[in-house]
Design a protein around this ligand. Structure first.
Ligand code: E4P
Length: 221
């Protein structure tokens, strides 16, 4: 399972990238709106920090505008994946961008039918938003299961990038479904990392070792 950070916060991106646990980053206009400074500088820094794929999203909804923005976004770096909304003109852009050698991530996917169409158009990734489906009273993880089965039946190469993750259990469920990638907000990654028993265990090891040191003041490793 690949782990992407769903954030445009450079501090968080660097922190988790330094731990060696990040395979990529996803951004969107909302995430960029939360950061200070010129968004072009922010996108530049993310692309330079991360070796893996970095999704940068188009804003336009017309085919021509999306194509123009996609080519501009791709100039930020070789690892840029252009995020395109799941709309008819978006799928047309996905098709053309594939022909131009630019990988795409189809975002705002809320059904298995949409996932099939995005894969047919040639998306490198599709992003089903499972948290927002849960919020809407539907079982988000169920479409990950369905899409996984369909893609595997037909050997689609499009990767399933599980998005809109709200808690660590979503990650476990996505993993059990065999999803290729999960993209996680920093707070969810933090929750995955921490466990109270780890903290208690470490604190005990440190205090027990202190007793050993007290009895052997010259002890060094
Ligand atoms: C995915 O690429 C999106 O940026 C993201 O997962 C959206 O999640 P949200 O529903 O928490 O905004």
């Amino acid at each position: 399972m690949k782990i992407f950070l769903d954030s445009a916060n450079i501090e968080s991106i660097k922190k988790y990238n330094d731990m060696g646990i990040l395979d990529g980053v996803t951004t969107n206009p909302t995430l960029l709106s939360k950061e200070k400074g010129d968004p072009r500088d922010v996108m530049n820094e993310i692309v330079r920090t991360i070796r893996g794929p970095v999704s940068l999203e188009v804003i336009g909804t017309d085919y021509e505008v999306m194509m123009d923005e996609a080519h501009k976004l791709k100039k930020y770096g070789q690892n840029v994946v252009v995020k395109v909304p799941m709309i008819p003109a978006g799928l047309r852009a996905v098709r053309s961008l594939k022909e131009d050698g630019i990988p795409t991530n189809v975002t705002l996917v809320f059904s298995s039918n949409q996932a099939i169409l995005a894969a047919k158009a040639g998306a490198a990734y599709i992003s089903p938003f499972i948290g927002r489906l849960d919020d809407n009273g539907q079982d988000g993880i169920n479409i990950i299961r369905e899409i996984g089965q369909i893609f595997s039946n037909y050997k689609f190469e499009t990767e399933i990038l599980v998005a809109s993750i709200r808690h660590p259990l979503h990650v476990i469920e996505a993993g059990k479904c065999g999803a290729d990638i999960v993209t996680l907000p920093p707070d969810i990654l933090h929750k995955m990392l921490m466990h109270p028993l780890t903290d208690v265990g470490l604190s005990n090891f440190i205090s027990d070792w202190k007793k050993v040191r007290d009895m052997n003041p010259d002890l060094v490793f």
